[in-house]
Ligand binder design. Structure first.
Ligand code: CMC
Length: 430
């Protein structure tokens, strides 16, 4: 399998070790460092900036080119010609579905959207002002207590059923967190609606009057789901893999992924974008520039949220599609003059021209535009990360499935560079 080798030698000694080098289909080559531990060394790579922790055939990102491929297909082509469920099938099963396979898959998802009625009781245990991500972490993990027939990671059948259940039930749980927070009754799913339209129905319908789903908004929602569906070995996906490597059940793994996604440096960024736009407040040139200057000041912790990415050192390809969707939604809703949007557009323009951002290749990322779209649709900002989690569930479960499928999972267990005290005795006089 190795197509080359590297030799590591320790200066001043005659110690040397040969390490195999592998090539993937595309992308950088990797050095297999596993043999190092046999000779008493470990690699040191906080933040995993140079470490591949697995093989994967699901998603490929070329950050320098701004390219994102799912099973080889570029995200912009998928966003144009496909939809979230078809992409979900592709991510999980590896190939685009035939028409029959798609219909069958969409039907399975449609008929698994209800959650067990007992799940409703969990919500009552939360304060009405609980963050919806806190409720999601709890209720998704709790699903393991309801669906005992799909917990066995080594069973292909259980893995498929768990994946279908999770993809189907996430929108239901997500909408329930919103309804609970505003004190309205939960809206049950409607099987005549497609995935995104059904989510909007569960979010915004009430028993008092008919709610008609706007197809432009449903399409925008579907795009948002697609653009967040998977992103290779990011923090939450790596969390799902790490938890999954212990043999934990799929619902526990996804709940851990939700927890990892909650942080503002990851999935919480779209919520943080809106908080930042609120904080900037006044759309005068002078005021906006003041915040840009703060973002550049190393003494100031303020950062432009929605800018920069660990992997993309070019325009985030998802952000391009998101920007188009943003324009469509705002013109459909007639809110193109929104002052927050004015600030956002000006920030984008400054960042694309300012040397600080240009030199560091800090482009707007997917979260910069998604927050604006979601806000225009009427979704409160504390639900943004929940929507990201819903969409990313198919990516997480596909990675988990890929990892556990061969039945040879090695438990994830990083090493450390210990910098604490050396051995010492408990003081005799204490
Ligand atoms: N505003 C101002 N300066 C920034 C920003 C920003 N948003 N992002 C990075 N920098 C600077 C940073 O200070 C550093 O400067 P210097 O080289 O002078 O020390 C340089 O750019 C490199 O930044 P880094 O922190 O080393 O980059 P990273 O790869 O560790 O961090 C990031 C990536 C996404 C966490 C970071 O860019 C950031 O905090 N962005 C804002 C939060 C955000 O929008 N996150 C969503 C990411 S996309 C969704 C997802 O996939 O999860």
């Amino acid at each position: 399998m190795a197509d080359n080798t590297v030799h590591l030698s320790l200066e001043g000694t005659d110690e040397s070790i040969e390490l195999p080098v592998y090539s993937g289909t595309v992308g950088p080559r990797v050095i297999d460092v596993r043999a190092l531990s046999k000779v008493g060394y470990f690699t040191y790579d906080p933040g995993f900036v140079s470490t591949a922790a697995c093989n994967s055939a699901i998603t490929y990102i070329d950050g320098a080119k701004g390219m994102l491929l799912h099973r080889g297909y570029p995200i912009d082509e998928l966003a144009k010609h496909s939809n979230y469920l078809e992409l979900g099938y592709l991510l999980f099963y590896g190939e685009l579905p035939t028409k029959e396979q798609y219909e069958q898959f969409a039907n399975i998802i449609r008929y698994h959207t209800l959650v067990h009625e007992q799940v409703h009781n969990f919500f009552k245990g939360f304060r009405r002002d609980a963050h919806p991500m806190a409720i999601m972490c709890g209720t998704v993990g709790a699903l393991a207590g309801f669906y005992h027939d799909s917990l066995e990671a080594s069973s292909e059948h259980d893995r498929k059923v768990a994946a279908h259940r999770l993809v189907a039930k996430m929108p239901t749980l997500a909408a329930m967190t919103y309804k609970y927070s505003i004190g309205q009754p939960f809206s049950y799913p409607r099987n005549d609606l497609d995935y995104a339209a059904n989510f909007l129905h569960m979010m915004f319908s009430t028993p008092c009057e008919e709610y008609k789903v706007n197809p432009v908004l449903a399409r925008a929602m579907d795009r948002i789901f697609m653009l967040h569906a998977d992103h290779e070995q990011n923090a939450s996906t790596s969390t799902v893999r790490l938890v999954g490597s212990t043999g934990a059940n799929p619902f526990a793994c996804i709940s851990a992924g939700i927890a990892a996604l909650w942080g503002p440096a990851h999935g919480g960024a779209n919520e943080a974008v809106l908080a930042m736009l609120d904080e900037i407040g006044d759309d005068s040139e002078e005021n906006i520039q003041r915040f840009v200057d703060r973002a550049k000041d190393k003494e100031d912790p303020f950062r432009l949220m929605g800018f920069g990415h660990r992997v993309y050192r070019n325009f985030d390809p998802r952000a391009k599609v998101m920007k188009e969707t943003c324009d469509e939604v705002l013109s459909e809703l007639g809110v193109a003059d929104d002052p927050k949007l004015k600030i956002a557009k000006r920030l984008e323009q400054i960042a694309l021209e300012d040397d600080y951002f240009v030199e560091r290749k800090l482009y707007p990322n997917v979260d910069f535009y998604s927050g604006i779209i979601l806000r225009a649709i009427g979704i409160p900002s504390n639900m943004f990360t929940v929507i990201f989690a819903m969409a990313r569930t198919i990516g997480w479960i596909s990675h988990w499935n890929e990892m556990v499928s061969p039945g040879s999972v090695k438990i994830g267990r990083p090493r450390q560079l210990y910098v604490g005290s050396d051995f010492r005795h408990y003081p005799a006089d204490k």
